[in-house]
Design a protein around this ligand. Structure first.
Ligand SMILES: *[C@@H]1O[C@H](CO)[C@@H](O)[C@H](O)[C@H]1NC(C)=O
Ligand SMILES: *[C@@H]1O[C@H](CO)[C@@H](O)[C@H](O)[C@H]1NC(C)=O
Ligand SMILES: *[C@@H]1O[C@H](CO)[C@@H](O)[C@H](O)[C@H]1NC(C)=O
Ligand SMILES: *[C@@H]1O[C@H](CO)[C@@H](O)[C@H](O)[C@H]1NC(C)=O
Ligand SMILES: *[C@@H]1O[C@H](CO)[C@@H](O)[C@H](O)[C@H]1NC(C)=O
Ligand SMILES: *[C@@H]1O[C@H](CO)[C@@H](O)[C@H](O)[C@H]1NC(C)=O
Ligand SMILES: *[C@@H]1O[C@H](CO)[C@@H](O)[C@H](O)[C@H]1NC(C)=O
Ligand SMILES: *[C@@H]1O[C@H](CO)[C@@H](O)[C@H](O)[C@H]1NC(C)=O
Length: 713
């Protein structure tokens, strides 16, 4: 019984999901009710209708079992899902008997969470009361994520009428309703894979390899000739990704194409868990592009509920430090600010990024196995207007698979994103690779980053499509025992940067506050209660991506006293979120540039005010000057002020937030400008500017990354 059918969810369920979404929702609701009930009666499941199946397994895992059996109820007699669930349950059971470390999963429940929180609150009454004294998160009818004299970060209602009006909930989209012709079977005891044919067919596979050289090193792949294989063929160790082609009788045409990844154990892997006292946690960064804290709550309610009921710690005052993905992820992965990241890491030069001190290299030096994978090759963080990596940056690298799959399989667009690649959503290639990677390396330490763009980047409503699926991925990681030794950071880089949501009043905050949750394994919670208390206190304090970088460094040396921990290069006042963040912190202390800072309060200035007009024309002038100063911008048109949407004064300062549109293209901008009232001038240097509508299509005549958002062809 050591086999796991390595498909996360079989296609029978996919069909079910699409055909009867409403039915499905009802059942999920029922399922949540069951889980809730079981959580209350944690140990006594004698009255449960699931008694018979519970008796088969461990009596202290009622929650897991209930999930399994409700799924089977859902699917009638679908035997394949049963297989998956039952084999998984059995293997995790046998694992539990063998290792004391796996113990934690079965006792975890939301009830335990609450006791823990109350214990912490109890032991630190003084701090808690000082927090509540200063931190009334609701004040004269307004809600705040952070509420201190130097930071009033407002907390808009994610379910506000005007948002509901433009929000469109999606259910899971099935990419291919046909039956899988191949299932990959994973043998847990030796980490090998077999290709199982589910019907009478002839199949062959083409191995996917990284190819290309110099500037194209990160953009090309090659396929080996198709190798025909027999039933339950063992996947060779050198094959990390493949495309499969299957033919049904009379075998004259390809009936089904598919693609799979395979993570193999590292050859030099130290496959023994070091003792409890010396061990280090693994780290998993699980990210989704462009989702704010509010959008997560609105579009992924099941995930939101899951996160709030498990051992996840939220940072509600997490504010982005730069505009788009690159600066924010660089702050996390290198601790560098944008200018320094560009100067030091040369993303535009071949081998530039290879020499960059990414944090995964520090983990690698400490014996960790590393992985990085991201979907949507064209817009990947390190490839969009960049040269990417010359050599694979990590032990496991998802890009060759993504390139091949995008090129060879059928793409189905959803919300102007390449949502389906062949038989499954693009993002699931990334997540499935993540599940494989963590599973194969679960007895040693790993650092993995799995990042997706294809169900969130261009449409704030679309994440709803993956809501339930995301919970299942998390539960799969849990079942596989990954959460026992892994610090998981589930997060985004920024919120909605353009589109209808951004144009609402709440858009300013939404753009700037990505969601972030951190899960810490039990042994760390027990061994370092102080660090956990700090993390909890930091829930409503101002934090930034630099703090996450510092936290990753902290994870590498949890026993080092805080004053000896390294500080991020780009923000020397930033530090680990396992250390208490000063409640009176301001944005500059968190490394957040003023334009991106959500701490200020604003006062309206009439758009007809002469100085508002003057500021706006000067702003457009500086954009024009900036664009003209760059090479490769020759075909960008001169911009002219069209309309001033709003002008707001930031707090009690001489800085103003301006929203305006220009012609041609009716492009919308938002900028923070310094205003010298006596000279009636804004300073010469270029202010920080957001572009509030999509610009990829309009800016095709220039490939210069820094000017794309200002360039209209
Ligand atoms: C499930 O199995 C039972 C008994 O084997 C059968 O009566 C029933 O029709 C099956 N249901 C489905 C949905 O296949
Ligand atoms: C899994 O691998 C182990 C070790 O190589 C082997 O003994 C066992 O038979 C394999 N299981 C299956 C179902 O192939
Ligand atoms: C991890 O350890 C468990 C228990 O020692 C063992 O059953 C399992 O096969 C190991 N997994 C891997 C991938 O080495
Ligand atoms: C598979 O199909 C072929 C052609 O129809 C047939 O000759 C062969 O016997 C089948 N094999 C099995 C195992 O059913
Ligand atoms: C586990 O690894 C450590 C150091 O890597 C080594 O000292 C120890 O002997 C190993 N234990 C086993 C059971 O292999
Ligand atoms: C960025 O970081 C570098 C090096 O740490 C520093 O010298 C520079 O002043 C920073 N730039 C900005 C705009 O903060
Ligand atoms: C932030 O706080 C620091 C320390 O109190 C202060 O020096 C700095 O001027 C403040 N920055 C802003 C923008 O208020
Ligand atoms: C605004 O700033 C001015 C001068 O810096 C100061 O005199 C005034 O009291 C401030 N007003 C408020 C409401 O803080």
């Amino acid at each position: 019984m050591t086999n796991i059918k390595y498909e996360l969810l079989p296609s029978e369920e996919r069909e079910q999901g699409e055909k009867k979404p409403s039915n499905w929702i009802v059942k999920i609701f029922f399922l949540s009710l069951v889980i809730f009930t079981l959580a209350i009666y944690t140990l006594s499941c004698t009255d449960s209708p699931l008694k018979s199946s519970a008796a088969l397994f461990s009596p202290w895992r009622p929650m897991r079992l209930s999930v399994g059996s409700s799924w089977t109820n859902n699917l009638g007699n679908s035997s394949r899902l049963l297989d998956v669930i039952y084999t998984t349950e059995t293997t995790s059971l046998s694992r539990m008997k063998q290792t004391e470390t796996t113990e934690e999963t079965h006792t975890e429940s939301s009830t335990e969470d609450k006791t823990e929180i109350s214990t912490i609150a109890h032991t630190d009454k003084a701090i808690e009361s000082s927090i509540s004294q200063h931190y009334a998160l609701e004040e004269s009818g307004r809600k705040y994520f952070v509420n201190s004299p130097k930071c009033k970060m407002s907390h808009p209602n994610p379910f506000a009428r005007n948002i509901q009006h433009i929000y469109k909930k999606h259910s899971y989209i099935v990419c291919d309703k046909s039956r899988d012709m191949i299932t990959v079977i994973f043998n847990e005891s030796d980490s090998t894979y077999r290709l199982h044919k589910n019907e009478n067919s002839t199949c062959c596979f083409k191995q996917i390899l990284r190819a290309g050289s110099s500037a194209n090193a990160d953009n090309q792949y090659k396929l080996r000739p198709c190798v025909e294989f027999q039933q339950d063929h063992l996947v060779p160790n050198e094959v990390t990704a493949m495309l499969t082609y299957c033919r049904r009788p009379p075998f004259d045409k390809v009936s089904q194409m598919d693609a799979f990844s395979f993570v193999h154990p590292r050859k030099d892997q130290i496959n023994n868990r070091t003792s409890l006292h010396k061990r280090r946690p693994s780290v998993l960064l699980w990210g989704i592009d462009s989702i704010s804290r509010m959008t997560l709550e609105l579009t992924m309610p099941r995930m939101y509920e899951y996160l709030n009921n498990q051992h996840w710690f939220e940072l509600q005052g997490y504010n982005k430090m730069g505009d788009n993905t690159f600066p924010n992820l660089m702050a996390i992965l290198t601790g560098f600010n944008k200018t320094y990241a560009n100067a030091r890491c040369h993303p535009d030069k071949v081998r530039g990024l290879d020499a960059c001190p990414f944090i995964w290299k520090d983990f690698k030096d400490k014996g960790y196995t590393t992985a990085y994978a991201e979907d949507w090759s064209k817009f990947s963080t390190f490839d969009y207007s960049s040269s990417g990596f010359f050599n694979p940056p990590t032990d496991v690298y998802g890009r060759p698979l993504v390139l091949a799959v995008e090129n060879e399989l059928r793409i189905t667009q959803q919300g102007q994103m390449p949502y389906c690649l062949g038989r499954k959503p693009a993002s699931e290639y990334i997540y499935d690779l993540g599940v494989q990677f963590t599973m194969v390396n679960r007895n040693s330490t790993f650092f993995g980053m799995f990042w997706t763009n294809t169900f969130s980047h261009n449409d704030f409503s679309m994440p709803s499509v993956m809501d339930e699926r995301m919970v299942k991925y998390m539960r799969t990681l849990d079942k596989n025992g990954i959460m026992d030794n892994t610090i998981i950071i589930f997060f985004s880089d920024h919120g909605t940067r353009f589109g209808p949501l951004r144009k609402l009043d709440s858009g300013f905050v939404d753009e700037r506050l990505p969601f972030i949750y951190i899960r810490v394994p039990r042994w760390i919670r027990e061994k370092y209660p102080k660090l956990l208390r700090n993390l909890q206190v930091n829930r409503n304090r101002l934090t930034s991506p630099y703090d996450i970088h510092a936290s990753l460094r902290h994870i590498l040396e949890l026993d080092t006293p805080k004053d000896r921990l390294p500080r991020p290069e780009g923000c020397s006042t930033c530090h680990s979120v396992f250390e208490e963040v000063d409640w009176s912190r301001n944005c500059s202390q968190a490394g957040i540039e003023e334009h991106w800072c959500t701490c200020d309060t604003f006062s309206e200035v009439a758009t007809t005010d002469p100085s508002a007009r003057s500021m706006s024309t000067q702003l457009v002038e500086s954009i024009n000057k900036y664009v003209a100063s760059k090479k490769g911008a020759e075909r960008c048109r001169l911009l002219k002020l069209n309309r001033i949407s709003s002008v707001q004064r930031r707090g009690n300062s001489s800085r103003y937030l301006i929203q305006l549109s220009v012609m041609p293209g009716d492009a919308l901008f938002e900028a923070t400008v310094e205003w010298d009232a006596s000279a009636q001038r804004i300073p010469v240097q270029m202010p920080s500017i957001s572009r509030l509508n999509t610009y990829a299509k309009m800016s095709k005549c220039s490939s210069v990354k820094e000017i794309k958002k200002y360039c209209i062809c």
